[in-house]
Design a protein around this ligand. Structure first.
Ligand code: PNS
Length: 173
């Protein structure tokens, strides 16, 4: 970013990490809120081999997010393995973004934010989700979907298509 005296200063860079399995409209809401404030935003999909079998591969999750942020040129999508603090430092990012839906989210996120700050000296900023999505999580969306419920109000269209394709593939096995 060029300043009045001609110096080039780095733009504030925020990282929004998560599993995004799959990305929901709640995630998208946070992405849009963060993108409205930060000139550079990286949505970072965690590669977590310890987690139970995910519904989508990392490539599929990144593709869904990329499709959703197509109109936001200052938002990119990456993946990372290992500590978020190391990834944030490697990217020389300035802040971690987390979404808060309910008070119980904060209880978990507070210690995580303090640990990440202790490890990387990078702060976490919390954005409140739109109240329409306060009950929406990837795991609930998957449960409702596989039990035959309509999840179209909770995920972007592209994600719904990916979910339908995945279910069809699983059923044809
Ligand atoms: O969408 P999620 O599953 O709530 O996202 C959790 C995520 C990816 C933000 C968290 O699991 C994470 O930061 N993982 C990286 C491993 C790590 O840094 N662990 C120590 C946290 S203090």
């Amino acid at each position: 970013m060029a300043t009045d005296n001609g110096k080039v200063e780095p733009v504030p860079h925020a990282i929004y990490p998560g599993s995004f399995d799959p990305p929901t409209l709640g995630h998208l809401d946070i992405i849009h809120r963060a993108a409205a404030v930060f000139p550079k935003l990286t949505v970072a999909v965690v590669i977590n081999p310890a987690k139970r079998e995910p519904m989508f591969t990392i490539e599929e999750r990144k593709a869904m997010i990329q499709e959703c942020v197509r109109t936001l040129p200052h938002v990119d999508v990456a993946d990372f393995r290992g500590l978020l603090a190391d990834f944030v430092r490697a990217l020389d990012a300035d802040v971690i973004i987390k979404g808060l839906r309910v008070v119980s989210d904060f209880e978990v996120e507070m210690s995580t934010a303090l640990m990440n700050r202790s490890l990387s000296d990078v702060d976490t900023m919390f954005l409140m989700s739109d109240q329409h999505y306060s009950f929406v999580s990837s795991s609930l969306v998957k449960e409702v979907f596989f039990l035959g419920g309509d999840v179209s109000a909770y995920v972007p269209d592209v994600v719904l298509r990916f979910m339908q394709e995945k279910r069809a593939k699983l059923r044809s096995k």
